[in-house]
Design a protein around this ligand. Structure first.
Ligand code: FMN
Length: 206
């Protein structure tokens, strides 16, 4: 039995490949491992940008928080609780301008929280506090970034690994959809390659 958290974030709605394959992985795990899938759809229900209410509210004593701060911190706490409750996290991320969608960035801005999801050890080094979870990340991009000339411009995958690792989520497997903008045949081949990766991920889990 697993608590699976599915986080989707593409602004492309039903056309999104990261949402499609992240959903396939989450639902595939549910069938194979049992348990539940909780979906946090950041595109259908976008989070606000973080602002003063959250930044000041999260360092204020709970009883001293204004109603606005309580609301902002309460939302961040809800998002953190969802991650804490999960055994497996499946994250869908479509590349927007070489990085994350702003929808997904807003999620990280809420859950990257000193003393709650990360701290510092005695040596002063950052230490993630959300440990013991497996994370599958589906990244989708029009170009090819896993190799070749454009690899240096993949500010999505490395950044995701860093953000997740910073809060303790270091056990990460990446599934890529890439090279979908080079015509219908290339897109077909790219999708077939991702389908094979998804099958392999699910077979390993069974
Ligand atoms: C606004 C916008 C910006 C994009 N920026 C890039 C980019 O910088 N590099 C790239 O290779 N593809 C880019 N793409 C293509 C998407 O990464 C591609 O369509 C991918 O499949 C999006 O993920 P999704 O299918 O989950 O929505 C962009 C698409 C949109 C709509």
């Amino acid at each position: 039995m697993s608590n699976i958290l599915l986080v989707t974030s593409s602004p492309r709605g039903a056309e999104s490949l990261s949402t499609r394959f992240a959903t396939e992985i989450a639902e595939g795990f549910k069938v194979r491992l049992g348990g539940t899938v909780l979906t946090r759809d950041l595109a259908a229900n976008p989070l606000p940008h973080i602002g003063q209410a959250y930044i000041q509210g999260r360092v204020a004593a709970p009883e001293a928080r204004t109603p606005e701060q309580l609301k902002a911190v309460g939302l961040a706490q809800e998002l953190v609780d969802e991650v804490k409750a999960a055994d497996v996290i499946v994250l869908g991320s479509g590349m927007i301008n070489f990085g994350l969608s702003s929808q997904l960035k807003a999620w990280f801005d809420h859950i990257t929280w000193p003393r709650v999801t990360f701290g510092y050890n005695e040596a002063g080094r950052p230490q993630g506090l959300l440990t013991g979870k497996k994370v599958y990340v589906v990244t989708a991009a029009g170009g090819v970034f896993s190799e070749g000339d454009w690899a240096a411009f993949d500010f999505q995958t490395g950044y995701l690994r860093h953000l997740l690792g910073f809060i303790g989520l270091t056990d990460i497997e990446i599934v890529r959809v890439e090279g979908t903008v080079f015509g219908p045949e290339a897109a077909k081949a790219a999708i077939a390659a991702t389908e094979a990766q998804v099958r392999s991920v699910l077979e390993k889990a069974a």
